[in-house]
Design a protein around this ligand. Sequence first.
Ligand SMILES: Cc1cc2nc3c(=O)[nH]c(=O)nc-3n(C[C@H](O)[C@H](O)[C@H](O)COP(=O)(O)OP(=O)(O)OC[C@H]3O[C@@H](n4cnc5c(N)ncnc54)[C@H](O)[C@@H]3O)c2cc1C
Length: 493
Amino acid sequence: MTRAAQEIEHFDVVIVGAGISGVGSAYHLSQQCPGKTFVVLEGLESFGGTWLVHRYPGIRSDSDLYTFGYRFKPWTGPPIATAEKILEYMGEVVEENDLGRCIRYQHRITAAHWSSDDARWTVEGTRGDDAEPFRVSAGFLWMCQGYYRHAEGFTPDWPGMEDYQGRIVHPQTWPEDLDYRDKEVVVIGSGATTATIVPAMAGDCSHITVLQRSPTYFFPGSNRNELADTLREIDIPEEWIHTIVRKKILHDQEMLTRLSVEQPELVKAELINGVRQLLPEGFDVDTHFTPRYRPWQQRLAFVPDGDLFKGISNGKASVVTDQIVRFTEKGVLLESGDELVADIIVTATGFNLSILGDIAFSIDGEALDLAETVTWRGAMFTGVPNLAWIFGYFRASWTLRSDLIGDLVCRILHHMDEMGARRVTPQLRPDERDAPRLAWMDPDNFNPNYLMRSVHLLPKRLDRPEWQHSQDYWAEKDVLPEVDLDDGCLIFE
Ligand SMILES: Cc1cc2nc3c(=O)[nH]c(=O)nc-3n(C[C@H](O)[C@H](O)[C@H](O)COP(=O)(O)OP(=O)(O)OC[C@H]3O[C@@H](n4cnc5c(N)ncnc54)[C@H](O)[C@@H]3O)c2cc1C
């Protein structure tokens, strides 16, 4: 071992990020590999990730917490939860499992270097308010950094933005002092964030207008789970309720996903009908709530208790479907020639994709370009040793995948120990080396804008399940636990 490697604090595993994936991964590691030393390094001042960063009005999940919650920790509240409740839930997981002592906050990682001589990663970054440099080393890096840059959201560069005299706000960096009472507000965007912000603000603003380029599918429904309520009434233990309700929701979602692929027109009609019923008669549903894409191509936004549509029905909120030509002093000028006047413009226009936490990776001195790699089961990358990556599902709850990958990583760590291996690296098998490399995600399968903007930065896939990032929980829940670690895709040395 080199002298430099001997001098720094070493862990068997370093987990990057204490969001829902990082905390879950720490749990799995501590339960399934109790002999491993590990630390979770988190850039922020506390755990929570997404649920800590986002502070816009109404911030809540759009997945139910029976499936967005961990499989090992019962969820006992209403299915759709506020950020506050999700943080409380995660806090209980941290406390009940004594994970707090393994998490180091305000530790932002900036670089990670792999040394084959030492068979370890050296992780560098800055910590604390003074950004003091730190270094630790890790036998294995478990990346739970999420998928977007936490410090700032994505705002398109519209002409004339500098002329606008009002305030432009991105939901990801919501100003604490923003007073929107009795103000005219325009929210640009049509996704889940808009569906959350609009009902939360509508009661206080003078008026709130959703400005969208194109419509989204919404799935209105009650924010309660009847099965869970019934099971609670008859005194079934919460652990059982969690398992049963989770299975039932996943079963229903599977049916909906299959139907969306097999009979998209039927699902489309059903979804649009559901929305139509919540809007006043004569509302132009065709223009504002009839998407151009097929129902499975982007995430479905659940609208608890149809609250988005209540604001539209009572006149506090409205929808405009049009394109922005430019910002003006007072608002935005649209292609139709209309000008939308606003005191505040909220740009709910999405994320800047950040695949590996903006960390500069190198392997034996050579900078890593992730776009040159091929993904192994959406969990590791060819040529990148001892590194696993959590990237959850889009159509199903993210955490379902982080639990599954948690098991897989622990299995790989055990396998390394059994084999006496210090290094595991995905590598294409000889007959796969010349196979055509495809984009990480088939755009026909899933095509949200933030992914399409950055797909060139993502790892590639091959036309084989081993070398793909599946978005199909229902297949992966059976496949991943059975993956043959000795099928030649992973090289153990
Ligand atoms: C507003 C919003 C609502 C969402 N709702 C849902 C939903 O209902 N259902 C669903 O399935 N998905 C939802 N998502 C997607 C959501 O991001 C994930 O489901 C999930 O919370 C991601 O968890 P994570 O732990 O993987 O990543 P994150 O929550 O993004 O956490 C990553 C953590 O890693 C830390 N980190 C990153 N880089 C570094 C670094 N270099 N050094 C140190 N620390 C670092 C970050 O500070 C952060 O704390 C939503 C996303 C947003 C933005």
